[in-house]
Design a protein around this ligand. Sequence first.
Ligand SMILES: C[S@@+](CC[C@H](N)C(=O)[O-])C[C@H]1O[C@@H](n2cnc3c(N)ncnc32)[C@H](O)[C@@H]1O
Length: 225
Amino acid sequence: MRQAPVRRHGTSRSERDRWRATYERTPYRSLPWFDEGPSPHVELAVRERVLSPPSSVLDIGCGAGSNVLFLARSGFAAHGIDLAPKAVATARRRAEEEGLTVHVQEGDALTLPFPDQTLDGAVDNGCFHTIPIPRRRHYAREVARVLRPDGVFLLGWIGRETTTVEGPPHRPSLREVTTSLEPHFVFLRTWINEQPLRGPGPSENPWTMYYAYLRRRKGKQPPPR
Ligand SMILES: C[S@@+](CC[C@H](N)C(=O)[O-])C[C@H]1O[C@@H](n2cnc3c(N)ncnc32)[C@H](O)[C@@H]1O
């Protein structure tokens, strides 16, 4: 019997427009999440050789490209995707200014423009927590699809404890994150970091960032005993 084609639903038009407008309205250096350097979990993973060059790593929701640039500088085949055209253009321009080779393109985390099992690693700093709650399992499946067996995924998200107005409307608990990701990934390590809100803004409150190192499962998650 012929199987029905798998339908892959991407991000809604309104959500795309919202991210496009965010980068068109605000200079990237003024966005509250922007940092010139790499995110703490990405920097640490490279230092600890959780990911080693010259492997291929994709930054999902790469924004202005600070992690992509850091990965390229560190010897990785550095890829990035983002919904916002201006974020993509900025990441490319910054790489060019530094003479770095990067592969940054417009793309959707929910329909990643990569064939199955082609990447060694993926990183995400602040994209997962913006994905609508009902789509997060789909996001996890999609990241697992493009990673090689044993591929590493480094995730950073804003936790519930953060009470600032800035940041995503829904801040996932650790439990919600594991519910979405555990079917496809083994958690190797999680930790919390309180870091000051960067960029201009009235808030001095820290953002409570959660970080995780994950490894793609080779098979299905074993059922409970
Ligand atoms: C909080 S920002 C973080 C940007 C960047 N990772 C950083 O640390 O500077 C979230 C980013 O995810 C992008 N984004 C949101 N939803 C996305 C999706 N479905 N696919 C790809 N990018 C997405 C946004 O355009 C934005 O650049």
